[in-house]
Design a protein around this ligand. Structure first.
Ligand code: ARG
Length: 370
């Protein structure tokens, strides 16, 4: 029987208000982060574990908790505006979080934080699995209240039928982080900054592929967090931990990305072993070409591998960062339709298209692809 691609799916079917099972069903509604209130993440235990460029650590010590410069914020906002414009022109409904008082310091019985960080990257905070929104038990102290930016949206989606839960709120006490942690060097054994004191993950440590979810351990995601997620989701899902090596592991979406049924994009410098299910399922393993971003471009938070942090609008249309010519060419050869958007300035202080978004509704249902 001929396979119906998700693009051809009957438009008259209406799906639940929150409905996302994979990265490629046709996108109908998405949350896009905001630049308002974005601050330099204040220094904390995970900072040296996740910032890819050690020469920036001094910058974080000095400027953490202060707003990003006007110049950086304006440039990032311009990129984000263009991105929103493209999404809307492609027929996607775009929703935005609410700014909150990021500059305000806060404390709990276990820690104090000089400020919050803003709401640039909804992907990190909320995990949407099917009709369910899960507030992630994030590993950052400074991002402890970032979910507040999304409360109005979550309440609205809940009233319209979505399920909405919060994972156990972590304590983030000193016992959460390894004492004297030093990031691994190339050639060493992979390690992360977290202990197994309590379950932790950022939502972006997980990527969806129908009944199979893929997750990496990172300096915001430990094994306890992965076990919590598997048990919470139950037997309808299989949560696979992906083996990888990264000196500063954080979030799976610049490392491992199932783009469409049968096509897996991997970061060839980080993936040490492709999970067996892909081999057995006969998937094409697409090696992301080296990023084209010039070495001189300032990257305060992430690595240049944000090139592969794309957003799929359906099985073919993919939003890619302008300047990534090798990847754009590769996408065409692999049968995709790239849509190019300026994003290097947003990437300087935040992340890529996948980080900046949260899929709320895609037209499709829960399936197994293996
Ligand atoms: N840690 C990755 C890198 O620097 C970037 C991942 C960002 N993803 C996200 N959802 N914020 O290469």
């Amino acid at each position: 029987m001929e396979r119906r691609t998700s693009n051809q799916r009957d438009k008259s079917i209406s799906y639940p208000v929150v409905n996302a099972h994979n990265e490629w069903d046709p996108l109908e509604e998405v949350i896009v982060g905001i630049v308002e209130g974005a601050t330099v993440p204040p220094w904390e235990a995970v900072t040296p574990a996740v910032v890819h460029h050690p020469e920036l650590l001094d910058f974080y010590r000095r400027h953490g908790g202060q707003p990003w410069s006007r110049e950086l914020l304006d440039a990032a906002r311009k990129d984000l505006d263009e991105f929103v414009h493209i999404l809307e022109a492609e027929g996607v409904t775009v929703r935005r979080p609410a700014p909150y008082d990021t500059a305000k310091s806060f404390s709990t019985p276990d820690f104090e934080s000089q400020s919050s960080c803003g709401a640039l990257m909804p992907r990190d905070v909320l995990l949407v699995i099917g009709d369910q929104i899960i507030e992630a038990p994030m590993g950052w102290r400074s991002r402890y209240h970032e979910n507040h930016a999304y409360k109005e949206l979550c309440k609205e989606y809940f009233r319209q039928g979505a399920r909405w839960v919060s994972a156990p709120r972590p304590q983030l006490s000193d016992a959460t982080y390894k004492e004297n942690y030093v990031p691994p060097q190339e050639g060493e054994q992979m390690r992360i900054a977290l202990t197994e004191f309590e379950p932790l993950f950022d939502a972006a440590d997980v990527i969806k592929c129908g009944r199979d979810l893929f997750v990496i351990q990172s300096s915001c995601c430990n094994r306890f967090g992965i076990d919590w997620l598997q048990r919470h989701l139950g037997d309808d899902y299989r949560v696979h931990e992906v083996e990888h090596f990264d000196t500063h592991p954080l979030h799976i979406d610049a490392t491992f990305y199932p783009l469409s049924p049968g096509k897996l994009l991997i970061n060839p410098e980080r993936i040490t072993k492709v999970p067996k299910v892909f081999e057995k399922g006969g998937w094409d393993i697409l090696h992301c070409p080296q990023p084209n971003m010039p070495a001189s471009h300032p990257m305060y938070t992430c690595s240049k591998w944000l090139s592969m942090n794309v957003l799929m609008l359906d099985e073919e249309r993919v939003i890619v960062s302008k300047g990534e010519d090798d990847l754009i060419r590769a996408f065409k050869n692999w049968g995709f339709k790239p849509i190019v958007c300026d994003f290097y300035h947003f990437e300087s202080i935040a992340g890529g298209f996948h980080c900046a978004t949260l899929d709320i509704r895609r037209r499709g249902k829960l399936e197994s692809y293996f």
